[in-house]
Design a protein around this ligand. Structure first.
Ligand code: FCB
Length: 443
């Protein structure tokens, strides 16, 4: 049982330049739903059967009202940086103008962070697409990419001088595949003919926004956040190895290869024409715009076997698992970073999310989440190992600052290093939060 987080004395992760942060996302924490336009997650939550506990984001952690106290909390953890996302439907009106009230909400936060010397890592899109855009086709409509760039243009001007880093998108895989192919995330559309089309428009949106950010905000670190679930074969058989490689191209490489190589993985040719994206002249050049950083989110791996009908079949995750059922397998984290570094010419990497859902219990005002500390320890070690082997990683963000709305799992899964009692909105720093704080301050 670990109660402390440590790193080898010579670790680069103990240098003062290595950035430690905590991360959140607008829809998951803010609430304040009446003060913004509706988004696709409001609609999804209000559709019976979509979210396990039938909850929604109307109040969430009520960060909309508690933001000052939450920034005190962030400061109390001693972190260097805070990764937050901007709610597009809060800051842009239906006619595409800035909504000054919404902008002010974030300006207040950015000013407070600046005053306390905490670097703001902004994500422009963490899945809360304005519903009126979905009504027009959402990410299946190419036009949405241009509207995203227009939003990025307005907001980066409004935030001038207050931001350390901009990520265009968070995890386009989740938006595209979970939202428009598997249908388990908003907007809940199902069909293989949709996923890759949505993905292409998301990546186009990213590239167009990169052009805007380079112009409006040349001094910030501009890039994207991708999630990776490395794919392993169930056995050494050639068939299983091929199945895992196909899954890797479909779920992981699909989102990174266009950014750095300007093309989709070769498996595209094996997909039926109607499942392929529509790529216009010049798109891949826009998409492969150079970046100042790559955000990497890592939680777990997946194991595949060959399948007669489909290209691959994912098998159940073995133990040990976290409370959300994801296997704890930190070795995949090191291997992922090494393989990305080998395949692509990368800018510096920031680990923009890593963390674990655990079945926390608040007992006598404390949460003794040693299981989560174990998870953090093994994954920090995994990052350290990758750095030792030559990967440039410049920062690490814990997911999440506090328990929050975990998408289709509602409020049942807790990822925070701070416990949230949703009735009272009381926050309690968990043992993992205290350990993270100690690691950072002992550098
Ligand atoms: C990631 C999301 C984040 C959070 C974690 C657990 O896929 O980016 O919002 O839900 O998973």
């Amino acid at each position: 049982m670990t109660v402390k987080l440590t790193l080898p004395a010579q670790s680069k992760m103990l240098s003062q330049d290595f950035i430690y942060g905590v991360a959140t996302a607008s829809f998951q924490i803010e609430g304040g739903a009446n003060s913004r336009l509706p988004c696709i997650w409001d609609t999804f939550c209000n559709t019976p059967g979509k979210v396990v506990d039938n909850s929604n984001g109307d109040i969430a952690c009520d960060h909309f009202n508690n933001w000052q106290q939450d920034i005190d909390l962030i400061e109390s953890l001693g972190v260097d940086a805070y990764r937050l996302s901007i709610s597009w439907p809060r800051v842009i009106t239906e006619s595409g103008e800035l909504n000054q009230d919404g902008v002010n909400f974030y300006l207040n936060i950015l000013n407070e962070l600046q005053r306390r010397n905490i670097k703001a890592f902004i994500t422009l899109y963490h899945w809360d697409l304005p519903q009126h855009l979905e009504d027009n086709g959402g990410w299946l409509n190419r036009e949405t990419a241009y509207l995203f760039a227009a939003y990025a243009d307005k907001i980066s001007q409004a935030f001038a001088g207050k931001v350390h880093s901009y990520a265009t998108l968070n995890e386009p895989f989740c938006s595209a595949f979970l939202g428009y192919e598997a249908g388990i995330h908003a907007p809940g559309i199902v069909g293989k003919q949709y996923g890759k089309k949505a993905a292409h428009h998301l990546l186009l949106a990213h590239g167009l926004a990169m052009q805007v950010l380079e112009k409006n905000s040349p001094d910030t670190l501009n890039g994207i956040v991708l999630n990776f679930t490395p794919c392993y074969p169930e056995s050494d058989s050639l068939a299983d190895i091929k199945a895992a490689a196909f899954a890797d191209d479909y779920f992981n490489q699909w989102y990174i290869k266009p950014l750095f190589d300007g093309e989709y993985p070769e498996i595209m040719a094996q997909l039926p024409k109607e499942h392929q994206p529509e790529i216009l002249d010049g798109d891949m050049t826009i998409i492969s715009h150079s970046m100042n950083f790559l955000g990497v989110n890592f939680y777990t791996r997946a194991i595949y076997r060959a399948d007669a009908d489909e290209h691959f079949l994912q098998i159940d995750a073995p133990e040990p698992r976290t409370d959300i059922g994801w296997e704890i397998y930190p070795k995949a984290f090191t291997e992922l970073l090494l393989s990305l570094n080998e395949k692509f010419t990368l800018p510096p990497i920031y680990i923009t999310e890593n963390g674990a859902a655990m079945a926390d219990k608040l007992v006598d005002g404390a949460v003794n989440d040693t299981d989560r500390i174990d998870y953090y320890q093994s994954h920090l070690n995994a990052v350290h190992d990758a750095i030792e082997q030559g990967v440039q990683v410049d920062g690490y963000f814990a997911w999440s600052l506090m328990d929050n709305f975990e998408w289709a799992e509602g409020y049942l899964k807790r990822f925070g290093i701070v416990y949230v009692d949703y009735e009272s909105q009381l926050r309690t720093v968990k043992a993992s939060g205290l350990a993270y704080k100690a690691l950072i301050s002992n550098r």
